[in-house]
Design a protein around this ligand. Structure first.
Ligand code: ABC
Ligand code: CA
Length: 540
């Protein structure tokens, strides 16, 4: 046995054996696929049975340990990283806007929010993820704390490290989002819940945050952080903070203008979520036959505005915006819109409940409890996300430059978008599920495919073959997305079987394997066969 003194001298040595390589840097993050969840709403102990109405804006009982109990549900869809909502202690009780169930109303940033569990529970979640080869991203709020009203607010010991007047910017509401000084120095919130703005220019506040983030990452072995309200703090604050975090960051700069968001990556070293693409993406698919040129034009603008578009966070849904499904009910439009973030540039984020067909609109309705679904892994959308993640992973495994090469996004027709991120090539359509079959051709000049190349559609599991010129005729059936990779590179794509369509190279059919509908007798037979022999499509 060692004496205490001996043990202490050995500690640094031991620490060097602990695998610290888990934390994600930019290179490692590129190959990840993230599932975003609101801790209070994703999973709770089964002994808690109270009804959870999102509209009530109250705590519903979700915990970190319950999240740890549902990791296979997430992993089964092919996601390897989870982003959980903020973890620190929040203001208690009820406000005019309900309770702090979402975690963004910081009280003492040095303590954890006991509604979600203990420090050991959070560490156990981190460990459980790592044991499954998964990763943890935690949401951090640096811009503000919270108070029930601006008039009542006074810095005090209750705010942990921020107990001095100098730690805050003097009160004023943000009223004009085009005034950047206001955006940075005035307060978010409203008369029901004020969000007192921290004086992030103060050396004391800066130093506190830098030390805090280093410790948070270390204490809970975090792999990445999501940073809240990035545009509400001066750009000069961020480089030191992200450096102190030492892990990959994805930051919220809530603005649709790429030239406004770009500098946060280019000079402030934050990797923003791709809000510039989000708005045109929603508009491209929020009805049938929408114009696609706003989206293709934005892809170009993003390329010229960001140093590295492949590190932006791509998403369709999140906790702040109405779910796409609240405005669109056509299942094909929904699938096309969800496909884009997974087959184009950037790190894909899928918001919990998208796999369960949740349709909640604006905050707070978009924060539904997931336990009401019994974590169903048999739904069409659950399997759909598994197919997309499998396709993305196969492309990454087949080509070392898949994640770093920038996609080319162009129109094949007025209703079809070609997303070419070699070796993954997708056709997204706006025709909707009641459209008749439409044919599009992917020219060899854009795919690089030689004649007679066999490719597989990860969505339908149909195999297609290029013609003598290397061109590929694709039939878009029922307006569904088509996600293609060479069959020789398919990895886990359609692991439980494919459907060959010989000769013409057409015949992308409508449903996943095992659920074929008639589009030719051969297809039906093959579908029945693959369904009988292989059962439902592989989950991963
Ligand atoms: C509370 C209530 C809600 C109520 C709301 C008004 O107040 O709970 O029921 O509807 C947290 C909670 C919220 C809570 C807020 C305020 O705190 O989650 O439920 O809402 O108490 C981040 C987080 C978010 C979090 C906070 C606060 C910040 O993701 O979940 O909210 O820690 C601004 C911020 C942004 C913030 C967002 C909610 O508000 O910049 O950081 N999100 C314009 C502005 C944006 C603004 C946005 C929404 O409006 O430019 O700065 O975001 O108000 C595009 C333009 C954009 C424009 C959009 C609308 O259109 O390019 O610039 O955004 O075309
Ligand atoms: Ca601020």
């Amino acid at each position: 046995m060692f004496t205490t003194a001996q043990a202490l001298t050995l500690l640094p040595l031991l620490a060097s054996f602990v695998p610290s390589a888990l934390a994600l840097d930019a290179t490692a993050m590129r190959s990840k696929s993230v599932y975003q969840l609101v801790t209070d709403r994703f999973a709770r102990n089964s002994s808690v049975t109270t009804t959870c109405n999102a509209a009530d804006r109250k705590y519903c009982g979700g915990t970190w340990s319950a999240v740890a109990g549902q990791l296979d549900y997430i992993k089964g869809m092919g996601f390897d990283t989870i982003w959980i909502s903020p973890v620190v202690d929040n203001i208690g009780g009820s406000t005019g806007e309900g309770e702090a169930y979402h975690g963004y109303w910081t009280l003492d940033t040095n303590s954890l929010n006991s509604n979600f569990g203990t420090a050991d529970d959070l560490k156990a979640l981190s460990t459980a993820l790592h044991n499954k080869g998964m990763y943890l991203m935690v949401d951090v709020v640096v811009n503000h704390v919270a108070a029930t009203s601006s008039a009542d607010f006074a810095p005090s010991a209750a705010y942990g490290p921020f107990s001095a007047q100098d730690d805050f910017h003097p009160f004023c509401w943000i009223t004009d989002y085009t005034n950047q000084t206001q955006v940075e120095e005035c307060w978010l919130g409203d008369s029901a819940v004020a969000l007192p703005d921290l004086n992030t220019e103060s050396a004391t506040v800066k130093q506190f945050w830098n030390t805090w983030i280093t410790q948070l990452v270390s204490n809970y072995t975090l792999d990445a952080v999501r940073i809240d309200t990035v545009k509400h703090i001066s750009q000069s604050f961020w480089p030191d903070f992200v450096n102190a975090a030492g892990v990959f960051n994805q930051g919220e700069v809530l603005n649709g203008d790429a030239t406004y968001v770009g500098p946060y990556q280019n000079t402030a070293k934050v990797n923003p979520f791709n809000y510039p693409i989000y708005y045109p993406l929603v508009r491209a698919f929020n009805g049938t036959n929408q114009n696609l040129t706003e989206l293709t034009a934005m892809v170009s603008t993003v390329k010229s505005s960001f140093n590295d578009p492949t590190l932006l966070g791509s998403f369709l849904n999140n906790h702040d915006n109405p779910r796409f499904e609240s405005a669109v009910s056509d299942t094909s439009l929904i699938k096309n819109a969800h496909t884009y973030p997974l087959v184009s540039d950037g790190i894909p984020y899928v918001y919990y409940g998208s796999e369960a067909g949740f349709k909640g609109g604006n905050d707070p309705d978009n924060r539904e409890p997931l336990w009401t679904t019994s974590y169903d892994t048999s739904s069409d959308m659950y399997k759909f996300f598994a197919s997309l993640n499998a396709a993305r992973a196969a492309a990454g495994a087949a080509s070392s430059s898949f994640y770093t090469n920038q996609a080319t996004v162009s129109t094949l027709s007025s209703t079809a978008l070609l997303v070419n991120k070699s070796p993954l090539i997708s056709v997204l359509s706006t025709t909707g599920s009641s459209a008749s079959d439409a044919s599009v051709t992917i020219p060899s000049s854009s795919s690089g495919w030689a004649k007679g190349t066999k490719v597989i559609d990860a969505v339908s599991c149909n195999e297609l073959t290029t013609d003598d010129s290397g061109n590929l005729a694709v039939t878009v059936s029922k307006g569904l997305p088509v996600v293609l990779i060479e069959s020789s590179k398919k990895g886990g794509v359609c692991a439980n079987g494919t459907t060959s369509s010989t000769g013409s190279g057409s015949g992308s059919s409508s449903k996943s394997a095992g659920e074929k509908t008639a589009s030719g007798m051969g297809l039906v037979m093959a579908g029945v066969l693959s369904a009988a022999v292989f059962g439902v499509q592989a989950l991963i």
